[in-house]
Design a protein around this ligand. Structure first.
Ligand code: PGA
Length: 246
């Protein structure tokens, strides 16, 4: 039985004051849940997360990482730096970075390697646009995105990933994939992971997951949790989704 995992992606939101209030409310409300949970904060707030969350069951992570270890890469943040601040996770290949920062699957694969080398758990995001879905290309698109990452990894490293299926058309739109639609894609991703002996990897669903749809989505056989954007900024909503995970 795979453990459930619920991860908040704060995106470029927050402030010291707002984060303090959110983290306090999360810590107070977390209780005893069977699911693992984490928040992925903007890089400047990782020290704040480390100070607030150290010793609690809530883990933290970053939203992006450089493919390079160190050096003349102005503005970039290396995986070892994230590890220095106690990060467990880092999101790589989020569709907003693929679309707005022209990140290719090859770059996402290199970032995944860099994260693993620093002992972080990469949360690798894959997902199709609406045009790709309408053209019947969903499986080809997510298959290529995952396949490029797996191509750079040993079987042992592939087993250390977390994968997130985030249909681009469902992110921030209020339009969620139906549980059956999501499960169909998750099952194909699982089969692809199994070819690398990595079938136990947790596969999260992301895209307008909310308290009222989380339970049904996470009840699907191959949906092992959620990557939550908007609803992760409200403590009551994020806690409700963690509770729905078990
Ligand atoms: P959303 O974002 O929950 O606001 O749709 C999910 C994500 O982009 O990770």
């Amino acid at each position: 039985m795979r453990r459930k995992l619920v991860v908040g992606n704060w995106k470029m939101n927050g402030s010291l004051a707002a984060n303090a209030a959110l983290l306090d409310a999360l810590k107070a409300g977390l209780g005893q849940h069977a699911a693992d949970s984490a928040v992925c904060a903007p890089a400047p707030y990782l020290a704040q997360c480390q100070a607030a969350l150290g010793g609690t069951p809530l883990a933290w992570g970053a939203q992006d990482v450089s493919a390079h270890a160190s050096g003349a890469f102005t503005g970039e943040v290396g995986a070892a730096m994230l590890a220095d601040f106690g990060c467990s996770y880092v999101i790589v290949g989020h569709s907003e970075r693929r679309a707005m920062h022209a990140e290719s699957s090859e770059l996402v694969a290199k970032k995944t390697v860099a994260a693993l080398a620093a002992g972080l758990t990469p949360i690798v995001c894959v997902g199709e646009t609406l045009a790709e879905r309408d053209a019947g290309q969903t499986f080809a698109v997510v298959g290529e995105q995952l396949g490029t990452v797996l191509g750079l990894l040993s079987d042992a490293d592939a087993a250390r990933l977390v994968l997130a299926y985030e249909p681009v058309w469902a992110i921030g739109t209020g339009q969620t994939a139906t549980p059956a639609m999501a499960q169909e894609v998750h099952a194909q991703l699982r089969a692809q992971l199994e070819q690398k002996s990595a079938g136990k990897v947790q596969i999260l669903y992301g895209g307008s997951m909310k308290p009222d749809n989380a339970r049904e989505l996470m009840a699907q056989a191959d949906i092992d949790g959620g990557l939550i954007g908007g609803a992760a900024l409200k403590a009551v909503d994020f806690l409700a989704i963690i509770a729905a995970a078990g």
